[in-house]
Design a protein around this ligand. Structure first.
Ligand SMILES: Nc1ncnc2c1ncn2[C@@H]1O[C@H](COP(=O)(O)OP(=O)(O)O)[C@@H](O)[C@H]1O
Ligand SMILES: Cc1cn([C@H]2C[C@H](O)[C@@H](COP(=O)(O)O)O2)c(=O)[nH]c1=O
Ligand SMILES: [Zn+2]
Length: 209
């Protein structure tokens, strides 16, 4: 479990701004962990703002909702820059589904942290092909704290770090849940990807000539 960092060393003015990233596959508990940290900040009477990309309307227009139905009020935004205005005066900013934002999210998070805001970002580290997703790798590089969470493989019960797409689309962005994705461990993900790869017939000796 993530323990909230203490600020300052007692000898100088404490510095409060930093970036935390919660990354992992689908169903790994990223949103639950984000909500847990934000609720604790609220209990500590800190001013909290939560954002999500406006394209993610799967469960609710305004709420961030986990697969386990826990939820928290959020503001959908199209561009990361909108957060700078909307979050002015906040102690803590939470961002869910960060993989859907463009690269400017990294600058925006840095700006917020530099001005003293605690920024907590949750998102998919990899897309359905196993490639790094959107601004997530860059955010993990600049963050002070990175928590990687895993799901349970639906095929074998092992630790699942991959989101395997069972729907037919090859677009990088395809909103969905268990209808379109499965949490899978490395071997089960690889096996599934191999099954998807079309078999190219080997040329016969006659065709090779
Ligand atoms: N394969 C799975 N592995 C782990 N949790 C799962 C799985 N399928 C469904 N869940 C549920 O999803 C919850 C996590 O949801 P959520 O926080 O929304 O994950 P994420 O944001 O990473 O997609 C778990 O507490 C559990 O109830
Ligand atoms: C792997 C993958 C996922 N998506 C979509 C599917 C869901 O709508 C979100 C992830 O939500 P979660 O809170 O992490 O479960 O992302 C996608 O568009 N492309 C992908 O490759
Ligand atoms: Zn498996």
């Amino acid at each position: 479990m993530f323990i909230e960092p203490r600020v300052g060393n007692g000898r100088e003015a404490p510095h409060r701004g930093w970036i935390e990233v919660v990354a992992g596959s689908m169903f790994s508990g990223k949103t639950e962990e984000l909500i847990r940290r934000l609720n604790r900040a609220k209990i500590a009477r800190q001013r909290v703002e939560i954002f999500k990309p406006s394209l993610d309307t799967r469960y609710h227009e305004h709420d961030v909702v986990s697969h386990n139905a826990t939820s928290i009020r959020s503001t959908p935004v199209q561009l990361p820059e909108e957060m700078l205005l909307l979050a002015s005066g906040c102690d803590v900013v939470g961002i869910d589904e960060a993989q859907f934002f463009d690269a400017s999210l990294v600058d925006v998070c840095n700006q917020l942290a530099n001005q003293g805001t605690r920024v907590i970002v949750a998102g998919l580290d990899m897309d359905y092909t196993g490639k790094p997703f959107g601004p997530m790798p860059a955010l993990m590089a600049v963050a002070e704290f990175v928590t990687k969470v895993n799901a349970v493989c639906v095929c074998c019960g092992e630790v699942a770090a991959y989101s395997f797409r069972i729907a037919a689309s090859e677009a990088q962005v395809l909103l969905g849940e268990t209808d379109s994705y499965e949490a899978r461990c490395r071997p089960c993900f690889q096996a599934g990807m191999q099954e998807k790869t079309p078999v190219v017939p080997r040329p016969t000796a006659r065709q090779e000539r």
